[in-house]
Every structure is written in structure tokens, then in C-alpha cells.
Design a protein around this ligand. Structure first.
Ligand SMILES: NC(=O)N[C@@H](CC(=O)O)C(=O)O
Ligand SMILES: [Zn+2]
Ligand SMILES: [Zn+2]
Length: 345
């Protein structure tokens, strides 16, 4: 039997939501992960230090008994974000990063940034104190094709910001293109990128060919196969700039299975099996720990988790096809292929 022992993994991009959804999805993450960067796109968003502290407390109260899981909080950057509040939250270790959503780019991003000159002072302060900016990297202009929005964002928004504010530490979240992979690979120590499990597995055909698959629809939308291959190459290369951020984004099935369904794949339940399968297929299992457990902490200047998990290879693993919440089911991401690695308890 093949086994693999890894430092306990972290999730550097996670949506937990709130209320009934939080209670239902949190155990799916705490089962395997030590820490996670918690996305602030609640309704209304988590904008101030006080709101982040309150949200952190709600997460801690929903945590399964005995779990040592640590939520790493973020603030949602708006044009009104106050430098003083942000610096105070960073100083006491309440927040680990700040999240930039271009207004209108994705789920619950209406309060995001429209005019980047309005957040310049905040970004300068973040550069001074080394507080990372997590970025949803897509332009929102309706005339830009949805498959080009990430690449155009790099040229028109991200690169100018990074030139303007040297020393700003940036995580390009959920990268989906070879353009982003190259930009991050050549971008030096102040830029990293998260890659999701689902973008390592699906390309745009999986969403559209042979019938539309709402559960594969997420933002940034999966691109053509050559881009998926670039992501797999980056993740399995061992390059320290790339680390796991699941972007596990639960939505009720009732909200996804609509004429205008919302964006997000829910992968918290089977992430480690998904990612291990991809690495195994690439003959790169020796690089799995770097991607899931070491590169992320190194970028965020934190220690890796002290404890480990063990994964075991065997007969195909089965997962529930959905989890139940008080408000209805949430479908678990189906990779469309057997998964052979499971986390042992
Ligand atoms: N990824 C998604 O498709 N959706 C995320 C938002 C995001 O991460 O962009 C969500 O909050 O549902
Ligand atoms: Zn996003
Ligand atoms: Zn997300």
C-alpha cells in the first residue's frame, strides 16, 4: 500500500459564508486543513477590523469540538477603507491579508474597488508593513471577453499597481491562465499565486461540451486545455510561488441550478484527494507537500503546521455527492474521474 505523510495542509483561499452555511461547510475544511485564509465577501462584506473580529468569533464558535483549525482573517478593500483601522487590525494579528475585488468581478463584489487611485494610500501602507494583498484578478469591462479578463487584468491593472507601489506583496488568487503563471513565475518574491483543485482538473469543455454543467461554473471561468496544463505544470513544479487555495465556494444548489446560476465550485470535502490524484498522474507526489503545506506559509511568513496528515492510495474513494445545510443541499465537486488517495484518520 502506498502512503504519503505531509505536513498538515492549509487553504490559502476559502469561502465559509455565515450562519447555517458556515455551520454546514466548516467541518469539511477543519477535517484536513490547519489554517485557511477566509474570504470577506459576505453580505454585507467584512470591511472593518471590528467586523473581522466578529466574523472570526462566529467561525470559532462553529468549529467542531477539539479542532485546532485557525481562521486567518482578511478585510475587504473598499474605496473607503481607513488606513488607521487596517493598520490596527494588522498590528494585533487580527488580519493576515486584505482582499481586492474589482467592483462587479465576482460573487458579492459590488462594494469593491472602481477607482484604484482611491486605494493608493492604503496599498502604500500595506507595502510598508508587508501585509499581503489578495487579488481577484479579472477586469470587469463588459467589452472584454470573459476568457480574456484575467490576462487583461495583469496588463491593465495589476502590473501598473505593482510598478506604482514597489514592495507591495500580492497573491494572485485562483489563477487560470498560462499568462498568470508566467507573470507570477517571473515576478520575484513579492508575488505568489493560489491555484484551486478544480482548475487543475477541468477546462472549459467540461463546463460546456455535451450539456451545460452549472457545478463547474466558477470565476475566473476555466480556460482552454493548454492553460489547465500550465497550471498543473506550475503546481507540480515545486516553484515556491504557487500554493493551494481551494476557492471552495459553497452555494445552495437552488442558487446554482438557475437560468442565471451563481459562480463557485464546492471542493472542501475532497480537495486533498483531488490534488493528490493530479500530482500522482504527473508523477510528482514528492512535490505535493510543497504545494499544499509549505509554499503558502513561506509566502505569508508563517511556520508550516507542526503536525502531519497521512494519505493512503487504494481503491477509488467515494465522497458524498452533496452536503446538507439547513437551507438545502450543496453539491460537492465531481472530478469526473476516480480518486485513489484518501486522508487517513
Ligand atoms: N470563485 C467563485 O466563482 N465564486 C466565489 C467568489 C470568488 O472567489 O471570486 C464566491 O464567493 O462564490
Ligand atoms: Zn475570486
Ligand atoms: Zn474565492
Amino acid at each position: 500500500m502506498q502512503t504519503l505523510t505531509l505536513r498538515r495542509p492549509d487553504d490559502w483561499h476559502l469561502h465559509l459564508r455565515d450562519g447555517a452555511m458556515l455551520r454546514a461547510v466548516l467541518p469539511e475544511t477543519t477535517r484536513h486543513f490547519g489554517r485557511a485564509i477566509i474570504m470577506p465577501n459576505l453580505v454585507p462584506p467584512v470591511v472593518t477590523g471590528r467586523e473581522a473580529a466578529e466574523y472570526r468569533d462566529r467561525i470559532l464558535s462553529a468549529k467542531p469540538r477539539g479542532s485546532k483549525f485557525q481562521p486567518l482573517m482578511t478585510l475587504y478593500l473598499t474605496e473607503e477603507t481607513e488606513v488607521r483601522d487596517l493598520r490596527a487590525a494588522a498590528e494585533i494579528g487580527l488580519i493576515t491579508a486584505v482582499k481586492l475585488y474589482p467592483a462587479g468581478a465576482t460573487t458579492n463584489s459590488a462594494s469593491g474597488v472602481r477607482d484604484f487611485s482611491k486605494v493608493r494610500r492604503v496599498l502604500e501602507n500595506m507595502a510598508q508593513i508587508g501585509l499581503p494583498l489578495c487579488v481577484h484578478g479579472e477586469v470587469t469591462d463588459s467589452e472584454i471577453d470573459i476568457f480574456d479578463r484575467e490576462a487583461v487584468f495583469i496588463d491593465r491593472v495589476l502590473d501598473p499597481i505593482r510598478r506604482d507601489i514597489p514592495g507591495l506583496r500580492v497573491v494572485m488568487e485562483h489563477v487560470t491562465t498560462s499568462d498568470a503563471v508566467s507573470y507570477v513565475r517571473e515576478g520575484g518574491d513579492d508575488i505568489g499565486a493560489t491555484i484551486t483543485a478544480h482548475h487543475l482538473i477541468i477546462n472549459r469543455n467540461h463546463i460546456l461540451a455535451g450539456g451545460i454543467k452549472p457545478h463547474y461554473y466558477c470565476l475566473p471561468v476555466a480556460k482552454r486545455e493548454t492553460h489547465r496544463q500550465a497550471l498543473v505544470e506550475a503546481a507540480t513544479s515545486g516553484d515556491t510561488s504557487f500554493f493551494l487555495g481551494t476557492d471552495s465556494a459553497p452555494h445552495l444548489d437552488a442558487a446554482k441550478l438557475q437560468p442565471c446560476g451563481c459562480a463557485g465550485c464546492f471542493t472542501a470535502t475532497n480537495t486533498m484527494s483531488l490534488v493528490a490524484e493530479v500530482f500522482d498522474q504527473q508523477d510528482a507526489l514528492e512535490k505535493l507537500e510543497a504545494f499544499t503545506s509549505l509554499n503558502g506559509p513561506a509566502f505569508y511568513r508563517l511556520e508550516p503546521n507542526a503536525d502531519t496528515i497521512t494519505m493512503v492510495k487504494g481503491d477509488p474513494v467515494s465522497y458524498p455527492d452533496h452536503i446538507d445545510t439547513e437551507d438545502g443541499p450543496v453539491t460537492v465537486f465531481d472530478p469526473g474521474m476516480p480518486l485513489h488517495w484518501r486522508v487517513e484518520y
